[in-house]
Design a binder for this molecule. Structure first.
Ligand code: MN
Length: 253
């Protein structure tokens, strides 16, 4: 995906607003990624990743947190094998080649992402760094025997922001369907409130200053072998049976 130069330093992610009783999807929030961190590169733009166990800062390919067949029957071992072993690994390999010998070579993924976001001449590095980060975060957003009830601290926040757990899940499902083409849906913490946002291609919500709690990959490679074009069925099954509310709750603080 190429970004037009007109969008240089000024990019947008589409924001799906709170769900309860009629969502106002399609609003936009803008950000200027590089500008936002100028002068304070050490600022914790990725507070969700301060949780040591879940930190996705490595440029390498972290091991899957479960076996390739552990998410069956919702996500098959074949899908997971290709998704992790070909797609995720591919982004890691591309990134390694792209940053070799550059100022980005020894930086954490988070720093690469914030320093390349919105820069037209760094699109390839941004895309591969963000896709590497997104996939590591996605694997941790799922777990065998997931779904069900969130931990109390998260459930209270969900109910305060969406009205009910069901409304939150409906907002995530609706955003997944509204994402045209490839992208991601996210549950995020924004100024104390939970929101559902979607991003296109490799884009991440962190560069807009919101903290991701969990994500679902809605690129076709995430579900096509198992669900063909039925993205809604994939997302519904993930939300009911795999979503890792414990991970999301852990990312609140
Ligand atoms: Mn993917």
């Amino acid at each position: 995906m190429e970004k037009s130069k007109g969008l240089d330093r000024r990019r947008f992610i589409k924001m799906a607003a709170l769900a309860a009783g009629g969502a106002a999807f399609g609003g936009r929030i803008s950000f200027a990624g590089a500008q936002q961190t100028a002068g304070k590169p050490e600022s914790p733009i990725y507070p969700a990743l301060n949780n040591k166990a879940e930190k996705a800062s490595s440029q390498g390919l972290p091991p899957l947190p479960y076996a390739e067949n552990a998410l069956e029957p919702v996500i098959s071992a074949k899908t997971l094998g290709f998704h992790y072993g070909k797609h995720h690994k591919g982004y890691v390999g591309n990134l390694k080649k792209l940053v070799a010998g550059t100022e980005f070579e020894d930086l954490s993924l988070e720093k690469i992402i914030t320093r390349t976001a919105g820069k037209a001449d760094k699109t390839a590095i941004f895309n591969n760094a963000a896709q590497t980060w997104n996939h590591t975060f996605y694997w941790r957003s799922l777990k065998p025997k997931g779904g069900g009830e969130p931990p109390a601290v998260l459930k209270r926040k969900i109910e305060a922001s969406f009205g009910s757990l069901d409304a939150c899940k409906k907002a995530l499902a609706a955003a997944a369907m509204m994402q045209f083409g490839s992208g991601w849906v996210w549950l995020v913490l924004d100024s104390g409130n939970l929101k559902v946002v979607k991003t296109g291609n490799a884009d991440v919500p962190m560069t807009a200053g919101v903290k991701p709690l969990l994500t679902i990959d809605v690129w076709e490679h995430a579900y096509y072998l198992d669900y063909q074009n039925r993205r809604a069925d994939y997302v519904a099954a993930v939300l009911d049976k795999l979503i890792n509310w414990d991970f999301a709750a852990g990312n609140l603080s």
